[in-house]
Design a protein around this ligand. Structure first.
Ligand code: ATP
Ligand code: MG
Length: 422
């Protein structure tokens, strides 16, 4: 049982639902520790306290921490399937009624975001965006003098008095007010969805090839959702690609950084390699040779940062370099596994995710990527891996690539970027 912590005075409470983590067996505590740590890091420097019971977390946050920081934290931290602002009180009936009145006076019960900190004055009429509701009571403490049904009926009356526009619907309510009678009484409304997945940092490290396009930020988001910690690598071909293109990639990295628990952006100047490829390979092979070089550079950088996989935004059949044969060739140029989380996704689905995570508008800004500028009119679509590997070796580009790696520039991007800039 969770007692109210003595130092929880002046703290707000959130109940957090854990998804896949609660299905874990013996190593569950490893995943939970990671998640706790990730939440605390994001809330810091505000004080927080996290307790766990029965597959959920009780998060107490210092009252001075703005609601939007907590909300953004919980919406961007993988491992969380949902969260509710909750209130806790003793078991005296008048306490339960006054706490019910408080919780139905804040979002999501009333119009607005959870972020609207103010609890509305009791005598101002509340406007609710929902049409129907129900109260659901659970009595872990069987000695409590009212039955679940009585609690539901009486507190339902409290809700109706305060928000007369609502109607009761016990089968499919728009919103539910949960009341749990345990050692204390916890009152909370339907959870706001979290991002799901597994906590970042529990599935090793990867290197995301981040271009300025729509796909690769979504690929990074998807792998972070499976717990992969990632650094990013961008191939810049200045002056063929402008500083605006680099700025765009930095902006994208900032947008996805809260999901990734922060990241490091490595920027490689790829111009010399691009020109070398153009002068030392057949035009129809240019794209393949460029992808081969990217893989080689990515492998070297991955080794330097202890990453165990390369992540790309490729999807089967999307462009000429994303056929099975082309992917087989790029795979053969990488000694680390190449993860392609979007491989089976339609562009429409990828765009939908990009919009949801907030990268789409930045991705469609019109600054060309190096691939576009140097791509041939008629690229090879079904390359033979061995032939292309020979073509790659014939280019003798190793030294140029070494130089690229030695001149890499790095930018640290904090997970706070997307959170505190609200
Ligand atoms: P995106 O929308 O991610 O740019 P795309 O459809 O334009 O993808 P390609 O240009 O073939 O496809 O690139 C495929 C993948 O290769 C990208 O998703 C990304 O992971 C990587 N990539 C391409 N260009 C770059 C670059 N300049 N820097 C880093 N990675 C890149
Ligand atoms: Mg691209």
């Amino acid at each position: 049982m969770i007692p109210i912590p003595t130092d929880a005075q002046g703290m707000k409470l959130y109940l957090i639902k854990l998804g896949e983590i609660s299905l874990k067996g013996l190593n569950r505590s490893f995943f939970e520790k990671k998640l706790k740590n990730n939440i605390k890091l994001k809330i810091h420097p505000h004080k927080s306290l996290l307790l766990r019971e029965k597959g959920r977390f009780y998060l107490y946050v210092d009252d001075t921490c703005p609601d939007e920081i907590v909300e953004k934290t919980l919406k961007t931290t993988f491992g969380i399937t949902g969260f509710s602002r909750a209130m806790v009180c003793g078991k005296a009936w008048e306490d339960i009624i006054s706490t019910t009145n408080k919780i139905i006076s804040i979002p999501p019960f009333v119009e607005g975001n959870l972020s609207q900190n103010a609890i509305l004055a009791y005598d101002s009429p509340a406007t609710c965006k929902y049409r129907t509701f129900k109260v659901e009571a659970r009595r872990a403490d069987k000695s409590f003098p009212k039955t679940s049904y009585q609690i539901e009926a009486e507190l339902g009356g409290v809700v109706l008095e305060r928000i007369p526009s609502l109607k009761v619907d016990v089968k499919r309510p728009d919103i539910t007010l949960n009341v749990e009678v345990r050692e204390n009484v916890y009152i909370y409304s339907s959870p706001i969805p979290g991002p799901g997945g597994l906590p970042v940092g529990c599935a090793g490290r990867g290197l995301l090839l981040l271009s300025g396009g729509i796909d690769s930020p979504v690929a990074g988001y998807r792998m972070a959702r499976r717990g992969l910690k990632q650094e990013c690598l961008y191939f810049h071909a200045y002056p063929y690609t402008s500083d605006m293109a680099l700025q765009k990639v930095q902006d994208l990295a900032k947008i996805i950084s809260p999901y990734m628990m922060g990241t490091t952006l490595h920027v490689v100047n790829f111009t010399e390699a691009e020109l070398w490829i153009k002068n030392h390979s057949k035009e129809e092979e240019n794209t393949l040779m460029m992808r081969a070089c990217m893989m080689q550079v990515a492998n070297r950088i991955a080794k330097n940062i202890d990453a165990e996989a390369i992540v790309t935004g490729e999807a089967l059949g999307q462009v000429a370099s994303q056929t099975l044969q082309a992917m087989a060739f790029t795979n053969s140029m990488s000694s680390l596994p190449v993860l392609r989380p979007l491989v089976g996704m339609d562009k429409e689905e990828i765009i939908e995710t990009a919009r949801r995570i907030g990268t789409y508008e930045t991705s469609i800004l019109p600054y060309d990527d190096c691939c576009v500028i140097f791509s041939p009119k008629h690229p090879l679509v079904r390359p033979d891996s061995e032939t292309e590997r020979n073509a790659f070796n014939d280019m003798n580009i190793d030294e140029v690539l070494d130089k690229c790696v030695s001149k890499v520039k790095t930018y640290e991007i904090s997970y706070k970027t997307g959170i505190s800039s609200l």
